[in-house]
Ligand binder design. Structure first.
Ligand SMILES: [Zn+2]
Ligand SMILES: [Zn+2]
Length: 463
């Protein structure tokens, strides 16, 4: 009876080990590009980033994410190939006209999801698209989600033929809480269709929608070339209750904005919405306090040349390479000697300076890699790295001149000679076992042969 009880207790404790105190299960750990890509196959899961990841050139699928993503203060670097969703969500303009809209970002769509403590560095979300589309960095579209304590840098550019489109420094469109984030972003939106009077949106945090924005720092360089209606703001392009009949008081508080929007609105019926906080406010259902704006509204009246960051006629660059540090990525800065315009590229992951010695956490063998724990000589961080598999020592080829009878002792001493690696020691151990056996067999065979010869000789003598 006691034994059964013990087994029951053991089973119960085993079953409850992976569950956390809050009733959830432990988040899936992300160490590699493949781990990150696997989020697409379980988009409602809970994840934690365990390493900085370079996504340069990796095709990143459009994900409708409904889980929790904890960046754990690590970075996703060079996300420059995020696909536009085939899945759509309804967006609407200031006249409540609806559009089935496509999205691209780290998460094309966030739905009742949380993203926090993530560094999304040097993202390049550039697309040419036919149709209605919004691009962001963390999310293209967000509904009832939270984005908290994220650091974002990069470029979002949409060249588009559509009726409803826009770009945002954190999210493209929707409602969501954006809290304690920093966004250092260049946003570019070019309308390729000169004949249609479309609805265009741009915001340092959100293109259009009903976001709560609290404690964010935004550095914005915005460029809009539109042949329709521009709605642009340092924080939000158009503040509109979304979805319709959505009831909640929003807020925009304690944010810092530094930036400018350069734009043209090629339209006989010009409104040219462009303000530091929100370009157009459709629904005044939010509180506003403690915001600091340094903002330049730069409207142009030439509609023939699309507006882009570098307008210099004689660009001439000075290149400066910055090495990665323990915390920050390395990059190359290109500074125009003519006008001072600067852009950065060739980003590489942060790098610790590893000690020469390390503690072995798991010994490498002939068939498996090991794990060593190094110390960073710059910041003291403990860094675990894979130790390569051991390579087998090549078996020494016997000298053909030496007589076979003379080899056993000599071979054994060679094999047992002190060696540096475990592989060599293992090899030596194997040799030391096999050789005496062979010698024994040889000696036994010789003895049997000798006895037979003697017996044979005696018989011959008798005859
Ligand atoms: Zn220049
Ligand atoms: Zn370090």
């Amino acid at each position: 009876m006691k034994r059964i009880l013990l087994i029951v207790v053991l089973l119960v404790s085993l079953l409850t080990v992976p569950a956390l105190a809050d009733g959830g299960t432990a988040p899936k750990e992300i160490y590699t590009v493949d781990d990150l890509l696997a989020v697409a196959s379980d988009p409602s899961g809970s994840y934690i980033l365990m390493a900085d990841i370079d996504m340069n050139g990796v095709a990143w699928p459009a994900i409708t994410f409904t889980g929790t993503f904890n960046g754990n203060h690590h970075m996703i670097l060079n996300l420059n190939n995020a696909q536009v969703s085939t899945e759509t969500r309804v967006t609407y303009d200031g006249n409540r006209k609806t559009y089935d809209t496509h999205f691209a970002a780290l998460f094309a769509i966030l739905d009742h999801a949380t993203v926090r403590d993530l560094r999304l560095i040097n993202m390049d979300n550039t697309h040419t698209f036919e149709g209605d589309c919004f691009l962001g960095t963390i999310a293209g579209f967000a509904s009832e989600s939270t984005i908290e304590n994220c650091e974002i840098s990069g470029t979002v550019r949409l060249d588009v033929t559509g009726k409803m489109f826009g770009v945002g420094g954190v999210i493209g469109f929707g409602n969501c809480v954006v809290k304690d984030c920093t966004a250092d972003v260049t946003l570019i939106n070019i309308d390729l269709d000169k004949d249609h009077r479309d609805e265009q949106f741009l915001g340092g945090v959100c293109g259009a929608g009903y976001p709560d924005i609290d404690g964010c720092t935004v550095n914005l360089a915005g460029y809009i070339s539109d042949h329709g209606y521009v709605h642009s703001g340092g924080l939000v392009g158009m503040y509109i209750v979304y979805p319709q009949r959505f009831s909640r008081n929003g807020y925009i508080k304690n944010n810092k904005l530094d930036g400018f929007i350069t734009f043209f609105e090629d339209n006989s019926d010009r409104r040219a919405y462009c303000e530091a906080r929100c370009g157009e406010i459709m629904d005044w259902q939010f509180s506003d306090s403690g915001n600091v704006y340094h903002f330049t509204r730069d409207e142009r009246r030439t509609y023939t040349v699309n507006l882009l960051p570098h307008e210099c006629e004689t660009p001439d660059y000075n290149d400066v390479t910055v090495d990665p540090s323990c915390e920050n990525p390395g990059y190359t800065a290109h500074i125009c000697k003519t006008c001072g315009y600067t852009y950065r590229d060739s980003y590489v992951l942060p790098k610790h300076t590893l000690s020469e010695t390390y503690d072995v956490i798991k010994e490498a063998t002939l068939t498996e890699t090991g794990i060593g724990e190094f110390t960073c000589t710059a910041c003291g961080a403990k860094i675990r790295q894979e130790l390569p598999m051991l390579s087998p020592t090549p078996t020494p080829t016997p000298e053909p001149t030496i007589a076979p009878t003379a080899t056993p002792v000599a071979t054994e001493s060679v094999a047992a000679a002190p060696s540096d690696t475990t592989a060599e020691k293992d090899q030596a151990k194997d040799n030391s076992k096999i050789i005496p056996i062979i010698c024994g067999i040889l000696i036994l065979a010789s003895a049997v042969l000798l006895v037979r010869i003697i017996i044979h000789a005696k018989r011959m003598k008798r005859r």
